[in-house]
Design a protein around this ligand. Structure first.
Ligand code: FES
Length: 171
């Protein structure tokens, strides 16, 4: 092998080694950034979950504020609070079970009337007129020191109304 060829080969080896170092360097940076992004994502998810769990309890108000056989909108929770004839409480989702439109309570008719396709629901959220396939979802409630509190984190689907779905003063 001539001296020129040998010099050229050495240059090529040096270049290859240099490029390997550069790729290793950038690979290490990319890997550490990916790790950092992953940790940040998990951390923010954890923080978000914590805030959901504490913000999901909505104080609807004192028991005496709600008269039997009335429906009260609770705007900061995005739900209705029905007080049934027996004095129990039934929080109802305002989302229509047909295609998800917001359902207003129409006091004159004593019904929820969906503006989209005409489904109607009773004070207990049961379907009176289809196409809605099932009653409005409910939320778990509890009464603490005479105050009605509703957990909006876990809506409950149901096939029909059952009195056990409502929360009573003694429960
Ligand atoms: S979305 Fe309510 S009836 Fe269709």
């Amino acid at each position: 092998m001539s001296e020129t060829a040998q010099t050229e080969r050495l240059k090529q080896l040096g270049r290859r080694r240099f490029l390997n170092c550069v790729w290793t360097f950038f690979g290490a940076i990319a890997a550490s950034e990916l790790g950092w992004l992953g940790l940040s994502f998990l951390k923010s998810r954890k923080e978000r979950n914590l805030s959901v769990s504490t913000d999901s309890i909505i104080t609807a108000g004192p028991v005496e504020r709600f008269k039997p056989e009335t429906v009260t909108a609770i705007p900061n929770g995005g739900f209705y609070l029905s007080r049934l004839a027996d004095g129990s409480f039934l929080p109802l989702s305002r989302t229509c079970t047909h295609l998800g439109c917001t359902v207003p309570w129409v006091e004159e008719r004593k019904q929820f009337v969906c503006p989209c396709h005409g489904s109607t629901f009773s004070l207990t959220g049961e379907v009176i007129t289809s196409p809605a396939p099932r009653p409005l979802d409910t939320f778990p409630a509890r009464i603490e020191n005479g105050i009605v509190k509703v957990d909006i984190a876990s809506p409950r689907k149901r096939e029909r109304f059952d009195p056990t779905q409502a929360t009573r003063l003694s429960s």
